[in-house]
Write a protein that binds this ligand. Structure first.
Ligand SMILES: [Zn+2]
Length: 388
């Protein structure tokens, strides 16, 4: 099956290329905002917005009126009009909010551009340590892995810390992974990141926890400096100590997010490889609150669990496996995986081990939960095939 896959690499533009990238980001934003404004006005007057063809017809006139647009990558400007059109399409399908004007102040600044057919072969696009980007020419790249498929889109992004990245979107044939015949359940935990019913434990990486602690500390320092600047009635943009700390926090934040995502990728890939059907709990906000008593860890755990499930689901779809999300009201921790007895006392989070009063089986809290999720996944998938 043909799938889109994205590859993200760090790029190292020259000073001149950096000027060009920044210009194209600005021009793309200008085009987007310009058409959004026109769209809104047309909608007010006629009850109908603009069509993509309206925008592409107007673009040459716009370029004549605003000459400086000619300095940008013209394909990126086309893309900008297209992304506005896409945003409205998603909006009318109720998939997202109405498009809003783009701001210079957003943390991440980017533009997307189309890769011409003659450059879509990765071997033509990336040669050695350079990538050929529309109008920017050859840009130094650190391509740490091989790009497979036809590259049709590139997004150039500047991070808040001033680093540059390119994301290449490809279309490629993805082969399913061999079936293993295994079904598993995964319990997501506090101390251990995930417990698989086959006994595999995935711990939260220690170096990551240390980095997160440091990040929290630096964030507190940043808010102190914010308050100090305010007390001195100093404009934040002028407050040097605050700005310095803000950059430091942004850099650290970037590092932690990348490391965490790497880890989530590693765990999800391994699980998808080893199992065909994967049962996982449907974590609602309330469950997350009860699973996390320590406030500081809460936000990161929430984001990680959500992201982890997302990764599992798309990888399962790619590789011909199945993720079964078990209903929220299913008491995976409180049910005895041997006899099905529900033991209310297990609600107490400090109870790490318990013995079933009905059948006498001694349980590890999380492992028992993962067994239950596995059983539920089997029950639900058997039900499905019977209906089919
Ligand atoms: Zn029991």
């Amino acid at each position: 099956m043909l799938r889109n896959k994205a590859y993200k690499f760090r790029i190292y533009p020259t000073a001149e290329q950096e000027v060009f990238f920044n210009k194209t980001i600005g021009c793309s934003r200008f085009v987007f905002n310009h058409f959004l404004d026109k769209w809104n006005k047309a909608y007010e007057e006629t009850g109908k917005g603009l069509k993509l063809s309206d925008c592409t017809k107007l673009l040459p006139f716009m370029k004549a009126e605003y000459e400086w647009l000619g300095e940008a990558d013209s394909m990126a400007l086309n893309y900008s009009a297209r992304s506005l059109d896409d945003a409205f399409k998603r909006f009318f399908k109720k998939q997202n909010k109405a498009p809003r004007f783009k701001s210079k102040k957003n943390a991440s600044q980017s533009y997307s551009t189309q890769i011409l057919a003659k450059n879509q072969n990765p071997e033509v696009l990336i040669v050695g340590d350079v990538i050929k980007l529309p109008k920017a020419g050859f840009v130094k790249i650190k391509a740490h892995r091989e790009v497979i498929g036809r590259v049709f889109k590139a997004t150039i992004r500047r991070t808040p810390t001033g680093k540059w990245f390119v994301t290449l979107v490809t279309e490629q044939e993805i082969a399913e992974l061999p079936k293993t015949g295994s079904v598993c359940g995964i319990d997501l935990g506090r101390k251990t990141f995930a417990i698989v019913s086959d006994g595999t434990l995935y711990h939260n990486p220690k170096h990551l926890a240390a980095m997160e602690k440091r990040l929290a500390r630096e964030q507190r320092k940043m808010s102190r400096r914010h308050l100090l600047a305010k007390a001195r009635k100093c404009e934040l943009a002028e407050a040097k100590n605050y700005q310095k700390q803000k950059r430091k926090v942004a850099r650290l934040h970037e590092k932690v997010a990348n490391k965490r995502l790497d880890y989530l990728h590693q765990v999800s890939t391994e699980i998808i490889k080893n199992h065909d059907i994967i049962g996982i709990e449907d974590l609602g906000i309330a469950d997350m609150l009860s699973k996390n008593d320590r406030k500081s860890n809460k936000a990161t755990a929430d984001v990680s669990w959500y992201k982890f499930r997302e990764l599992l689901q798309y990888k399962a779809e790619w590789y011909g496996k199945q993720v079964v999300v078990v209903a929220r009201n299913y008491a995976s921790s409180q049910t005895c995986s041997c006899c099905g007895h529900k033991h209310k006392a297990v609600k107490n989070l400090n109870l790490r081990e318990w013995t079933c009063p009905n059948c006498g089986t001694h349980h590890d809290r999380d492992l028992n939960a993962s067994y239950n999720l596995r059983n539920e996944a089997i029950r639900l998938t058997v039900g499905q095939t019977e209906i089919d």
